[in-house]
Design a protein around this ligand. Structure first.
Ligand code: SF4
Length: 379
């Protein structure tokens, strides 16, 4: 079940704790109480070993510490995980080691130690460059602290990205223009610019927070794309912008249909046709790893059709789109078993998808409507 040839092979480590729970967040994260970090380190390393035994001969192109807030992990543990990965797999010489960090000063104080431990790329959760918005988003840092962390990170890590959230209720185009313009003065190589979505099960969901209407949301997206493209940071994915060559290699593996191993509570992985999910609950995961060496809750064999649909769904998030012929063949299917040609013709006519031979791309009009595009495209 071959993916794109340059899809890579990723390793993901999930750290499920944060200082507090942000009101918009539906990730598998919870406020950290007293955490026995050595115990957690032993469990993460044990699960890493379990997956190393299952993937002999694979060459990791990336390792990603996500969460939660993995900058709450002691730097020695990050270093131990990087060291163990290098001992268990033959990593690509230019592999990428990313860590997500909050920009508060406590975490920033550990940047050098993370770098010394092997982290090559930092992803900083700034989320806003406006103190009122940061308070509303429940973030513990302010703009000054965020900017200080950014400046420091720039001197420490070879590669750096930061996140901002737009489409906040009441946010005007002019306000977002100013905020994004300020962000672009920091000369980033990579930016993740997310539209605020209100999810069930979050504090914002319970409060009935309303995102901007469709027209305003679309105008904010168009402005974002125009401003980033103008400074050489085009969207290479729905929410991600980079200078050519500075794309997040780990996330490219997901979008290009590659394989990856997921370690830690709630992590997901894909190994060929195997869709693997670890227990979401940290205590359940920890107990399972300590008993049987891994915390896998489910392992499902994907049908060729499901795998192909997943790859179309992920691949159309990329500006480069997908090679539908190669994608179908990689799943052992004919193109007609993956996409509906009449649906495709209608999408092209509506200007939501464009095709160039076998290569299909969602257009700027199609990206905000990706769910509907997929519903019409997939058989
Ligand atoms: S810091 Fe990130 S993962 Fe943690 S609660 Fe906030 S948004 Fe969620």
């Amino acid at each position: 079940m071959a993916a794109e040839p340059d899809a890579g092979f990723g390793l993901y480590v999930h750290w499920p704790f944060c200082r507090s729970k942000c009101p918009y967040c539906d990730f598998n994260s919870r406020p950290a109480g007293a955490i026995d970090q050595p115990r957690w380190a032993a469990a993460l390393l044990a699960e890493l070993d379990y997956f190393a035994d299952r993937t002999p001969g694979r060459r990791p192109t990336s390792l990603f510490f996500g969460g939660g807030t993995p900058s709450l992990l002691d730097p020695e543990i990050v270093s131990a995980i990087v060291t163990r990965v290098r001992a268990r797999w033959d990593c690509a010489p230019d592999w990428e080691v990313s860590l997500e960090s909050n920009p508060d000063s406590a975490d920033a104080g550990r940047f050098q130690a993370y770098r010394d431990g092997g982290v090559t790329r930092l992803s900083l959760g700034l989320q806003a460059l406006d103190d009122t918005a940061l308070r509303w988003l429940g973030r513990p840092h302010d703009v000054a602290e965020g900017r200080a962390a950014l400046e420091l990170a720039r001197t420490v890590f070879p590669r750096l990205s930061f996140d901002l959230i737009h489409s906040r209720p009441g946010q005007s185009l002019a306000a977002w223009r100013d905020e994004l313009a300020l962000a672009l003065t920091f000369a980033p190589d990579h930016l993740s610019l997310y539209q605020l979505t209100i999810e069930d099960g979050t504090v914002f969901g319970a409060r009935g927070v309303e995102p901007p209407d469709d027209d305003t949301g679309r105008a904010l997206l168009d402005l974002t794309r125009a401003m980033t493209a103008a400074v050489g940071l085009p969207a290479y994915e729905v929410s991600n912008h980079a200078r050519p060559g500075a794309e997040c290699r780990h996330n490219l593996t997901y979008w290009r249909g590659g394989d990856w191993v997921g370690i830690g509570p709630g992590a997901h992985g894909r190994l060929g046709v195997a869709a693997i999910a670890q227990n979401r609950d940290p205590d359940t995961w920890l107990a399972a790893v300590e008993t049987i060496g891994h915390g896998t809750e489910t392992e499902e064999t994907l049908s060729p059709e499901s795998l192909a649909a997943e790859r179309v769904m992920m691949g159309l998030r990329l500006a480069a789109g997908i090679d539908i012929g190669a994608l179908a063949a990689g799943c052992g299917l004919a193109v007609e078993q993956v996409i509906d040609r009449r649906g495709l013709a209608r999408l092209i006519e509506a200007g939501l998808v464009e095709s160039d031979g076998d290569r299909l791309r969602a257009t700027p009009d199609g990206w905000p409507l990706l769910d509907s595009v997929l519903a019409m495209l997939l058989v």
